[in-house]
Design a protein around this ligand. Sequence first.
Ligand code: HEM
Length: 539
Amino acid sequence: MFTSSQLRLRTYIAYSYHKDMEVVAVVVVFLCVALIFFSKLLLLRKRFRRLQLRLPPGPPRWPLVGNLPQLGPRPHRDLARFCSIYGPIVYLRLGNVDAITTDDPDVIREILLRQDDAFASRPRTSAAVHLAYGCGDVALAPMGPGWKRMRRICMEHLLTTRRLDSFAAQRAQEAQHLVGLVWARAQAREPINLREVLGAFSMNNVTRMLLGKQCFGSESSGPSEATEFMRITHELFRLLGVIYLGDYLPFWRRFDPTGCERKMREVGERVDEFHQKIIEERKKGEKDMGGDDCKEEMDFVDVLLSLPGGNGKDHMEDVEIKALIQDMIAAATDTSAVTNEWAMAEVIRSPRILRKVQEELDTVVGRDRMVAESDLAHLSYLRCVVRETFRMHPAGPFLIPHESIVPTKLMGYDIPARTRVFINTHALGRNPRIWAEVDEFRPERHWPEEAGRRVEISHGPDFKILPFGAGKRKCPGAPLGTAMVLMGLARLFHSFDWAPPDGLRPEDIDTEEVYGMTMPKAQPLIAVAKPRLPPHLYC
Ligand code: HEM
């Protein structure tokens, strides 16, 4: 039993407790209201600031999704249309991402050269995370010390002129292997799937440098493994090119209704198994890697295994080596194979151009030997064919997307930080303000005005074509890519006459493209070859 004074005390304690709770509740409610108020204020300030920005012009946008619904299955064509309506720089809002696009040489020069420091980063997309070792490679890595180190390894250890020269004999063997393959089919009077043979040519060239062995052919680990590797590499490329809604609408990633991100994870794991196997086999083999002379004989994997790691470590991490192997394969194979297929398609479509290419080859090389790499610099007309191919059919419709690091001004417009930049190389080559008769394949337009001047394949000061990009992110494999493209074409045009399969006229060869990170012909190129050199040269 309580006394009355005890009861009074208990009542008082209960009363003060409730009073304190009320005060706490009032303070909490007040803090919440203040928080909501200030965050709204910040949002409004941000919106107000955005309203003050002078963004480039662009198409009207939908709430939440912005301009995403205006992009169809060929987004390079949609963005080109916007540039023809709104001008050389177009602003787009893709979900919650700021983006600009351009097809104009002056704007491109400003982005890639004058403001290279502001625009040289890459967006951290889901594909880059799942398919490029968490952006730990070169091609998809955002600007930073990681990218710098990996790029330096490429430039100073893998793609040096000396090392590329040391693989010249292997490249010549691969070119002969290509000719032999086509010759065998020609003897059997079979039409040739040029996508297949050119794909194998590129892949073999790259894997011989990278791994010291062919992927397709007598040295391969077996046709089924090679085919699976090629299949999974194509799948990787397809996914890298996909416009994934989750990169623009974060809620999409929670549900992933199309299973795109799950597929990325699966393909990333499958590709990783291939790469891990390569490293483990090589470590087990324990090749001798000492001495500078020996280093010139080493393939890329040997070189990477011999290099010190970052932060004073003795060796590079496996994951860094795998990211570089993947970049080399992905960046080098499809790009050159797609370019070669387009060039063959356009030349076979035009018997006049085929005759001119062959006349030049007969003059420079003759008919009693095969084309050598040393001939390539003298094949000016063939070089014009390659330049014209890059104008009409750049390997990819866009450069790999760039991203601005800081807010900046571009041609008088405000560009916020983290704006995604789509440089539309497909539209640049077909921009009617720069080129006449844009849909006509005419190599002569690149013939140098000054007699005897070498025809450059890379971009010139006018930035009217841009096959390898420019500035800090320029393709580090451009000399190798050019050599592989020129060599493949020179050998095929020199060794064979070409025609479409029975019943088709040259002009019936279709030139429809299919969108992706690289942009191949929609249908593989099938053609018939007829040998034109003495038989002993083919074996
Ligand atoms: C015809 C063949 C090739 C073409 C058309 C081509 C084209 C390109 C283009 C357009 C870019 C993007 C540039 C940018 O975003 O500004 C690029 C980047 C790159 N390419 Fe190539 N490429 C070819 C061959 C090669 C080869 C043979 C290699 C290496 C063996 C290679 C390695 C790379 C790498 C590592 C990058 C990323 C550079 C960076 O982000 O820092 N490419 N290439």
